[in-house]
Design a protein around this ligand. Structure first.
Ligand SMILES: [Mn+2]
Length: 236
């Protein structure tokens, strides 16, 4: 498979224009390439449903070469709808909407889009999201949304770490496999790694970590894709 690319895309967060622009630059070839979306396609941005649907359809079309990994935002969306299914009256729904972590952290952008879907269309999305894989392993590369718990074998990782972990992983990971993640915009990591510059490219750490979230939804942020073999980067 010489010449084929293994590409990881950082958090999209509802930036559909950037996603389309990035895809035009990548010129994805499903016969040759692997394309791994690291999760958090939804929330914060205005076109979350479009991003979700785009990647869902692409993945269904090319199940061998496109991987859509679970992010904490997809998980929180599912948790919200699970809680909604248990509400008994309008008062319960209002309480849920006031207390939902999902809505506080960007789900408020996604919920109105989902509410416009018919029941069956919504169920299709939720069923698909529920079955998203938590990680993808290829050779010496391990792809997941957030990271892994240091000291725990890769095949024994827990979901909460794979989609939520931050500094414990960035600072403590010592494995030989390269772990490729999104989750924390590199703009938010300067306090930890003074050597991270503001060029907003994916960051390749000495301890076998590649950070791909370059803050697509932030001012001056970008959506990034990196070929983990050649380290070539595409951005939008
Ligand atoms: Mn995340």
């Amino acid at each position: 498979m010489i010449g084929s690319r293994v590409m990881a895309v950082g958090d999209v967060h509802g930036q559909y224009d950037k996603l389309k622009k990035l895809m035009r630059k990548i010129k994805f070839d499903p016969a040759q390439d692997k394309l791994i979306f690291l999760g958090d396609l939804i929330d914060r941005g205005p076109e979350s449903l479009q991003c979700f649907d785009y990647v869902m359809h692409l993945q269904k079309q090319h199940p061998e070469s496109v991987i859509y990994l679970m992010g904490n935002h997809e998980r929180e969306m599912l948790d919200y709808y699970d809680a909604l299914a248990k509400t008994k009256d309008e008062l319960d729904v209002r309480l849920l909407n006031r207390t939902s972590q999902w809505l506080v952290y960007g789900g408020d952008k996604t919920l109105p889009q989902l509410q416009k879907l018919g029941a069956k269309a919504l169920q299709n999305r939720l069923d698909y999201a529920r079955n998203l894989p938590l990680y993808y392993r290829m050779g010496d590369f391990y792809f997941c949304h957030a990271g892994v718990k240091p000291g725990v074998p890769l095949d024994q990782q827990q979901e909460k770490d794979l989609i939520w972990i931050r500094s414990e992983f960035y600072e403590g990971y010592q494995g030989k496999e390269t772990v490729v993640v999104g989750h924390t915009p590199i703009q938010n990591l300067q306090y930890m790694f003074q050597d991270i510059t503001w060029d907003m490219y994916p960051v390749i750490r000495d301890n076998h970590i590649i950070l791909c979230d370059t803050g697509s939804y932030m001012e001056n942020g970008r959506l990034s894709c990196i070929d983990v073999i050649t380290k070539y980067v595409w951005q939008a």
